[in-house]
Structures are given as C-alpha cells and as structure tokens.
Design a protein around this ligand. Structure first.
Ligand code: GLC
Length: 537
C-alpha cells in the first residue's frame, strides 16, 4: 500500500474488523495475538495487489445483515459439537460424519487428521483451544507407535490418517486404534497428515499465544520425525516430494501420483510453520538449515515449473522436444501434443494457477482447489501469482465454483481416460466425488485465500451459495454434476468438515484477524527471479 504507513493501516483494518464484528458465541480472545496476526497476514500488501480487481467492501455494504448471525451458524455449532469424540472424558477430535441414515459406516466414525483441521480452526476462532491441544498431544502419542503394513515397517514419523476411540462400558476403559494406511481402502499412507499436524500446531500457537505446547520435547520430537521423513536424501532430482496415488484428501486412485500440487503446497507450508516453532538447540538448528535450503529450491521449482498462465501455455505449446543438456528450455521434455484440448479454452488472458503435477514428459494440467488455496496462504505463490489465481477463479466461476463451492478439481476425466487413470473407479465417475465433485469443506480455504488477497466479496458470493443449500441438504460431504447441483451419489450427510468449513469461512469473513493463524507472509529470501507474463501486468 503505497503512501500509507503500516500503523495507520492497522488501525483502519481494526476499525473495519470491529464494524464487521458480529455477536459471537465466545469472544474471550486475546487482542495482542490478533494484532500480531495482522502483521503476518500480508493483508496490507495485497489489498492493492497487482491485478487485484477488487478491494474490501465498504463498511456500509458489509454491515448488511451484521446484527443477526445467520440461523445456520447456530445449527452448525450444534452439529459440530455432536461430532465430538472423547477419550477418558476429554474431547480429542471430531468424527468424520455423524450420519445415522447411512447404511455403511466404513471409517466415517473415525477422527481423521485432515478432517479435524477445520473443526480445530473453528474451536480456536471461538476461543476453545483445549480440544485442539488434546488432539495434538493424542496424535503425537499415536505417532510414537510402531506401524506395520503386513510385514513392512513404516517410517517412524508417519502420522495416522485417522483414529478411533473404543469405549468398553464393562471395563470402563477407552482405547485408541489408529489407521496409518494399513486399513484404508488402497492401503496408502497419508502424506498430508503430518503436514496438517505441524500447520495446526502453529495455528494453535498463533491463536493462543501459548508457545509452551510447541516447545515440549514431545512436540519438538514429533516435528523432527515428520521432517526427517520428507527431508531425507534419496535419488530425487527435484525438490518436490514424490508420492503414491491417493496419499492426501484425494485418497483414491485419481492420477495424483508423482508430485501432486496438494502435497507440495502443504509441504511448503509445513516447512515454513516448523521453522517458526523449532527450538534453536543443536537438533533444531540442524533441521532449520535443511529447511531453509529446501524451501529455497522448492519455491523456485514450483513458481517456475508448476505455474501456468496464458503466456506460459503459449510457450509450452511451442516447445521443442528432445533437448539435451543445461541449455534445454523444455526441461522435462513435455510433448506439446500432450496438452489437452480443454486447457486452451479454459485459460483466460488474465489469470493463472499451479497445475496438478509436473514430472518427466508429464504435466497434469488439471486445476486443484486445495493446492492452489494453500499455495496462497503459505505464500508459495508470489503476490502476483496469488492475484492471478484469484483472477482465474473470477473468470472461471462457473467451472470452479458453479452452484456449490468449491470444485475439488477441474475438469473431470471421462471414458477411456477415466478407465485408465482411476482403474474404472465407480465412486469417481464423471463430475462426482474426487473426479470434479464439489466439496463444501473447501469453502474455508477459498475464503481464507480471498481475504489474504484482499477480495472478500468473492468469499461472500461463495458463502451465499453454500447458505442457500447446505443446511437444507443436511451438510453433505460433496455434490455432483458439472456445476455441483446434485447432492453427491454416495455423499455422507452431516459430514463434519462441511459443517466446520462453513463456520470457519463465516468467522474469517466476520473477523479477518483470524487469518493470521493459517496464513504466512511472503518470505523475501525465497523470492526467485521469475519472468513476467500476461496475467501479472
Ligand atoms: C474421504 C475423503 C478424505 C476424507 C475422508 C473422511 O475418504 O476422500 O479426504 O478425509 O473421506 O471424511
């Protein structure tokens, strides 16, 4: 913000936050930490960010409806509290879905690490950090267990995908069983769980100001174990993390093996979060050095090779192939004929995004919402790239948001490609579930990205869409159809992260100072020299 000093910006934003403030269920929050969050959320730089079309709404227009909270909010809190899971009397998480009508429970009665994140943020924003602390401590204990799949022992740092508390009413005991992938459909270990755990530990620390939890030997060791797994040296030629298909939110075969954007963005965010929490002792310092080097290489790689906009697409379209040696422009030998037809229509002149995957001779041009939103929050995307991602969402609203926010990926894969890529998965058919389905949980990530880039009105538009249907439809897990109009074929109802995602989105919009707990400012040191292109002018 040129010509405006930061202290006056802070008080302006504070006024705005006050104006936007609505009655809350529990507002015992500590002002000092909110203020610290303000400086970290990068809001001031981004309000007038390059390419940013729209700024904050005027207080007058945002004050509409500001006296009465939406009736859905109270319903959502009730539903979220019903999903609480207790261990020896203490709340330790929320179950994935509280759907009594569903015939098959599968593992939806478990506490999933990734699913708990929006629940945790809702509790933190509402001034209830204890459950988050309990969850972080319980999962770190579970991490310490020996993990085996058949006769194979998993890495020490692996975090569970989910866990379940078994109550024995006769013996009056509670025990925990955890799943590290050995029970999951497809038997894939969740790479994202450890990253979400670190990100959540930072959110807890930022929100409460309580650094003592992160400083405990247990949490320090837990972080180091996770980091050891993903920073270990191997045969890699890229700084990105090599993964099996289905190791994150998209936990079935969907062609997301290799270097999926979701994992790379979470990896980046977890590394940066860990940097702020590792102790400066001998062990901590050693990891910090490794993190700095990796962040440097990772941000360069992602910002250069995963980034796609009109200019970049045009360059790839004209790529020469079979180039050898250091002078190669087409480093991964991508054959232009492999660019799918839809990308040419989809790519606006203004806007851009991080594509799904980059590996030798393979670019997965699909758009994935989670990875792109996390890239904005972690400042993996430069401010220009962040603005371009938001431009793309505005330009391609029908495709990426449609009638129910937010499409998990775009476009869906069909026919022969669906057979080959998914292995004929009947759950992931055209425009359903992970194959182009619309997931209400992603609303909180979109909202956070909108606030960070100074475009809260986009979030408001998306929240309005969700409010028209979510409660009425019983908080489905996902929606189907090209524009997300139909309740998902096999969607669970009362899916906890759909409920919590809505609450987090609402609270973020009402009090943007919450953004600090899940957003990281740009680190100037990792800024690489990159070419300018159309969407950045
Ligand atoms: C599905 C989703 C996964 C989620 C789980 C529990 O398997 O693909 O991301 O964690 O359900 O809700």
């Amino acid at each position: 913000m040129e010509g405006v000093n930061s202290s006056s910006s802070i008080s302006d934003l504070d006024d705005l936050a006050r104006l936007l403030d609505r009655p809350r269920l529990n507002i015992e929050r500590k002002r000092s930490f909110d203020e610290r969050s303000f400086s970290e959320m990068g809001i001031f730089d981004s309000v007038n960010s390059p390419g940013g079309r729209s700024g904050w709404e005027t207080p007058a227009s945002s004050a509409r409806n500001s006296f009465e909270p939406h009736p859905m909010v109270a319903e959502a809190w009730d539903a979220l509290r019903r999903s609480l899971v207790y261990f020896r009397g203490q709340p330790v998480g929320t179950i994935a879905a509280y759907d009594h009508a569903s015939e098959e429970v599968l593992n939806y009665d478990q506490v999933f690490v990734r699913d708990f994140v929006p629940s945790a943020l809702a509790f933190l924003m509402n001034g209830e950090p204890d459950i988050v602390k309990n969850f972080l401590l319980k999962t770190i204990q579970i991490q310490g267990r020996e993990k085996r799949i058949d006769r194979f022992k998993l890495g020490e740092g692996a975090m569970p995908a989910s866990f379940k508390v078994i109550h024995d009413p006769i013996k009056k005991t509670d025990t925990i069983i955890a799943d590290f992938g050995e029970s999951a459909i497809g038997r894939v270990a969740p790479v994202d769980s450890g990253f979400w755990w670190i990100i959540l530990l930072r959110a807890y620390t930022k929100s409460t100001g309580d650094t003592s939890l992160a400083e405990t030997p247990e949490c320090q060791k837990g972080m180091r174990l996770i980091l050891s797994l993903c920073l270990s040296e191997g045969f890699d030629t890229f700084p990105t993390l090599l993964c099996a298909d289905g190791c994150s939110m998209v936990d079935r075969r969907m062609g997301v093996y290799g270097y999926p954007i979701e994992i790379q963005a979470l990896f980046f965010m977890a590394l940066r979060s860990a940097m702020s929490m590792l102790k400066h002792d001998a062990e901590g310092k050693e990891f910090m050095e490794r993190i700095v080097k990796r962040l440097h290489a990772l941000s360069f790689h992602m910002r250069s090779y995963f980034w796609l906009d009109f200019q970049q697409l045009n360059d790839i379209y004209r790529y020469k192939t079979e180039e050898y040696s250091h002078t190669a422009v087409n480093k991964f030998n991508v054959i232009p004929d492999s660019i799918p037809e839809w990308v040419f229509d989809f790519m606006p002149l203004r806007g851009g995004y991080f594509i799904g995957n980059v590996s030798p001779a393979r670019m997965d041009f699909r758009w994935f919402a989670l990875g792109n939103c996390v890239a904005i929050l972690a400042s993996l995307a430069t401010p220009e790239q962040s603005a371009a991602i938001m431009d793309l969402i505005e330009e391609r609203w029908e495709e990426l948001v449609g009638e129910m926010p937010v499409k998990i990926c775009h476009p869906a894969i069909e026919s022969h490609e669906w057979r080959i890529v998914t292995g004929c998965d009947p759950k992931n058919t055209l425009w359903s579930y992970h194959n182009g389905g619309s997931w209400p949980v992603l609303l909180w990530l979109l909202t956070a990205a909108c606030i960070k880039t100074g475009r809260p009105q986009i979030a408001r538009r998306a929240i309005d869409l969700a409010e028209a249907r979510l409660l009425k439809d019983g908080w489905p897990e996902y929606y189907d159809g090209k524009s997300g109009r139909f309740i998902g074929k096999q969607a669970r109802k009362f899916q906890t992260w759909s409920i919590a995602g809505y609450l987090v989105a609402k609270m973020l919009l009402e009090d943007p100072s919450h953004l600090g707990m899940i957003s990281l400012e740009e680190d100037k040191q990792t800024k690489p020299v990159i070419k300018r292109s159309y969407s950045w002018t």
